[in-house]
Design a protein around this ligand. Structure first.
Ligand code: UFG
Length: 344
C-alpha cells in the first residue's frame, strides 16, 4: 500500500523534528518544508539516524507564495499538512510585532490558499494555551473563553486559529485541527534531537540545562510571590515525544475522516500543574546536580498558573501523556550534554 504523505512545515524545529520521527515510525512519508531560520539542515540527518529514513527537506520560506504553490503541486498527492513553522519568542514579538504578524500570518494564509489550489484536505495547526490568558477556572478546558492576547506572538496564534476556522467553514474540502500545547519540554530518548534555542533561552527548561552545563551563570526564578503553594508560577509541562505522538493521532483522525466537525480544537497537556521550584527540584533529583538559581522579580506578562484539562484529547484522540516530569528533565539534560559535545 502507498504510504500516506504528510507535509511538515518547520519539520527541523523542536516539536516538528520529534513529530517527523513519530510520523515516520508510524509508516507515513514525510516531506519537510523549513527555511532553517531557527534550525539546522543537519536535523534531517539526525532523523535518519533515528528512523533509518531520510525525509525530503525543502528549504524555502512559506511567505513565498509562488514557490509554495509550485512545490506542493510538484509533490503529487498529499494527505495532510502539519504546520509548525512560525516565530515563537514571546518577548521578541513585543518589540517586533510587524515581523511576527507578517511571518506567522502570511505563511498560514499562503498555506491555506495552496491547500485550496492543490486540493489538500487536512491541516493540523500548532496553537498554544496562551489563547486562554489567565483562565478563571482550572484545569482549563477547550470551552474556556479565549482572552485578549498578552503578546503579538500569542495574538498570531489566536488570529491563526480564527483564519483556519473560517477557512474550514467556507471550504468544503478543508478540515483542520488546532492543538493547543501547554509547555513542551525534554528531548528524544536517543538524545539526537531536542530544543536548541538561539542565544539566551527564554524558556525555563533550556535555561536550566544551560545553567547546569555552565553556559549561564545562574537561573533566575521569576517571582515567588504568586498566589500558588510555593509562590512560583505553575505550568503544565509535557514531554515533547508525547506531544509529537498527539500530532500523529490528530492527522490520522483527519485522514480517516473520524473528525466530528470541520474544525476541532484540543488541549495537549498532562493535566498536572507544576511550579517553577518543583521543576527545578525534579531536574536536581534526576541529574544529581545542584542548580545555581536565585529568586528575582516577576517577568512582565507571565500567567500565574495554568494547567490543562486534557480529557477531550484523552477521549477523542485516545491520547494521553505517558512520560513523567523526571523523565522529561532527564532527556532534556542528556540532549544538552550531547549537543554541547557535538558543537565543540
Ligand atoms: N521562568 C523562570 N526563569 C526563566 C525562564 C522561565 O522562572 O529563566 C519561569 C516563567 O516565569 C514561567 C515558567 O518558568 O513561570 C515557564 O516559562 P516559559 O518561558 O518556559 O514558558 P511560558 O509558560 O511562559 O511560555 C510558554 C511558551 C509560549 C507560550 C506560552 C503559553 O514558551 O510560547 O507557554 O502559555 F505562549
Amino acid at each position: 500500500m502507498m504510504k500516506k504523505k504528510i507535509i511538515v512545515t518547520g519539520g527541523t524545529g523542536y516539536i516538528g523534528s520529534h513529530t517527523t520521527v513519530e510520523l515516520i515510525e508510524d509508516g507515513f512519508e514525510v516531506v519537510i518544508i523549513d527555511n532553517l531560520y531557527n534550525s539546522e539542515a543537519e536535523v534531517a540527518d539526525r532523523i535518519f539516524q533515528i528512523t533509518g529514513i531520510r525525509p525530503l527537506l525543502a528549504v524555502f520560506d512559506l511567505c513565498d507564495r509562488e514557490k509554495l504553490q509550485s512545490f506542493l503541486q510538484s509533490q503529487g498527492n498529499i494527505d495532510g499538512i502539519i504546520h509548525f513553522a512560525a516565530y515563537k519568542a514571546v518577548g521578541e514579538s513585543v518589540n517586533k510585532p510587524l515581523e511576527y504578524y507578517r511571518n506567522n500570518l502570511l505563511s498560514l494564509i499562503n498555506l491555506l490558499e495552496a491547500m485550496k489550489t492543490c486540493g489538500i484536505p487536512n491541516l493540523v495547526f500548532s496553537s498554544s494555551c496562551t489563547v486562554y490568558g489567565q483562565p478563571a477556572k482550572l484545569p482549563v478546558a477547550e470551552d474556556a473563553p479565549v482572552q485578549p492576547a498578552m503578546s503579538p506572538y500569542g495574538n498570531t496564534k489566536q488570529i491563526g486559529e480564527e483564519i483556519i476556522r473560517d477557512t474550514a467553514a467556507a471550504t468544503e474540502k478543508i478540515k483542520a485541527i488546532a492543538l493547543r500545547y501547554f509547555n513542551p519540554i525534554g528531548a528524544h530518548p536517543s538524545a539526537l534531537i531536542g530544543e536548541l534555542p538561539r542565544g539566551v533561552p527564554e524558556n525555563l527548561v533550556p535555561y536550566i540545562t544551560q545553567t547546569a552545563y555552565g553556559l549561564r551563570k545562574e537561573l533566575k526564578v521569576f517571582g515567588n510571590d504568586y498566589n500558588t503553594p510555593d509562590g512560583s508560577c505553575i505550568r503544565d509541562y509535557l514531554h515533547v515525544v508525547d506531544l509529537a505522538k498527539a500530532h500523529v493521532t490528530a492527522v490520522k483522525r483527519l485522514v480517516e475522516n473520524k473528525n466530528k466537525s470541520d474544525y476541532e480544537v484540543f488541549n495537549l497537556g498532562t493535566g498536572m500543574g507544576v511550579s517553577v521550584l518543583e521543576a527545578i527540584k525534579s531536574f536536581e533529583r534526576v541529574t544529581g546536580i545542584n542548580l545555581n538559581y536565585q529568586i528575582t522579580g516577576r517577568r512582565a506578562g507571565d500567567i500565574e498558573k495554568i494547567w490543562a484539562d486534557p480529557s477531550l484529547a484523552n477521549r477523542e484522540l485516545g491520547w494521553r501523556t505517558v512520560s513523567t516530569l523526571d523523565e522529561s528533565m532527564k532527556t532534556a539534560w542528556e540532549w544538552e550534554k550531547y549537543i554541547r559535545k557535538d558543537k565543540k
